[in-house]
Write a protein that binds this ligand. Sequence first.
Ligand SMILES: Cc1cc2nc3c(=O)[nH]c(=O)nc-3n(C[C@H](O)[C@H](O)[C@H](O)COP(=O)(O)OP(=O)(O)OC[C@H]3O[C@@H](n4cnc5c(N)ncnc54)[C@H](O)[C@@H]3O)c2cc1C
Length: 391
Amino acid sequence: MKSEALYDVVIVGGALSGISCAETLRTEGFDGSILIICGENHLPYNRPPLSKQVLLGKWEANQTAIFSAEKFGELSLNILLGKPATALDMYRKCVWVGQEQYFYRKLVIATGVAPRKLQLAEGLEHTFSLRTIEDVTSISEKIATSSSVAVIGAGVLGCEIASACVQLGREVLIVEKSSAPQIPNSGGFIAAKIFDALHERNVNMQYDVEVDYLTDRGQALTLKLSNGNVFNADMLVVAVGSKPNTEWLEGSGLDLSDGVICSDRGEAAPDIFAIGDVANWADEKGVNGRRRENQTSAIEQGIAVGRYLVTGEVPKQTRSFFWSEILGNKILMIGTLHPDRDRLRMLQGNLEDDKFIIATEVDGRFSGILSWNMLKEFREARKLMGVEKNG
Ligand SMILES: Cc1cc2nc3c(=O)[nH]c(=O)nc-3n(C[C@H](O)[C@H](O)[C@H](O)COP(=O)(O)OP(=O)(O)OC[C@H]3O[C@@H](n4cnc5c(N)ncnc54)[C@H](O)[C@@H]3O)c2cc1C
């Protein structure tokens, strides 16, 4: 790729949100030059299967590809692989990649998030986090020679990893500082269901505790918890959340107080947009900004900014949509459940069943709908929120 060149659009971050934006630019008829700067060495791929099909050994890593190398040619996309952007000069409108600089007319920031680190685990042997193809490859290699796995963090990712390890026949320990599995926006409803599912499969769950001491002496790791319990495990996966990839933007002048702060159309500064996990979009009133770390929002924001750049069409506010699969249980959720504020309605089944759909509602307006193992029925139920697609 020619350094010093000017591109009509530069997209930094070549994963789902960036690729959705690039593809939309083309489908909306944009024929200017597009450069995608990718920090990773792989062509863009989907991450959700990494903690599910790939970790379980059902898929090869290359089955996660978003689209083929030929498609990049067809869409006339220039792509720079394995070269992370290192700085942004928004006054000269250029992105630095080491010593090289790439000029833009419009810039789209799509650099996602990275696993949050746990100080105690830094530099230890047999210790992993999961975000990339390299991560899942290393974890799978280690699982093959391990009989026990410790997971720190019982968020969605930690529970999915634990679930895969159990299904692979490993002994699993989960350590979580809160009192239950942490599923964002669910109002706490499925925490108990997930807890029961893991408990039934003999996962050792240590809640309301922190790790006080961690060592990798010998072949195994030893974890000493704040409740005094001590456990050994052959390997450890740390899944304690994520942090936005904004280091390269430090000093640029952008507001990076929680990801890249944007308007309701993803604009962070004149001619600069942000999308996906790294982006913090405001609502239509310009307030209540938040980052949405899920696949559907990454796609929707990529499409919205691509379309806005070509047509000027202001994106509609969308509901966040989330799915997961834990020990075979399919979880789907749209919006946010607000049991504290809104009326709780069981739409189908009940909490004790293996299948149910629950919602929160006020005066016929639904704030969130959650389905546990009712995929087909959820497609109907989400219409109550005026949503026809997703899931
Ligand atoms: C294991 C796993 C399972 C998941 N499962 C689900 C699920 O079941 N359902 C769901 O809705 N969501 C799930 N997610 C979340 C979903 O994958 C993300 O929401 C989605 O990947 C966000 O896409 P993105 O393009 O915004 O960012 P990312 O996918 O994080 O991609 C950002 C890209 O930018 C690159 N980058 C970073 N810094 C730079 C730089 N300076 N220069 C150039 N490139 C850079 C990164 O290397 C990366 O390739 C999961 C995530 C993980 C990790």
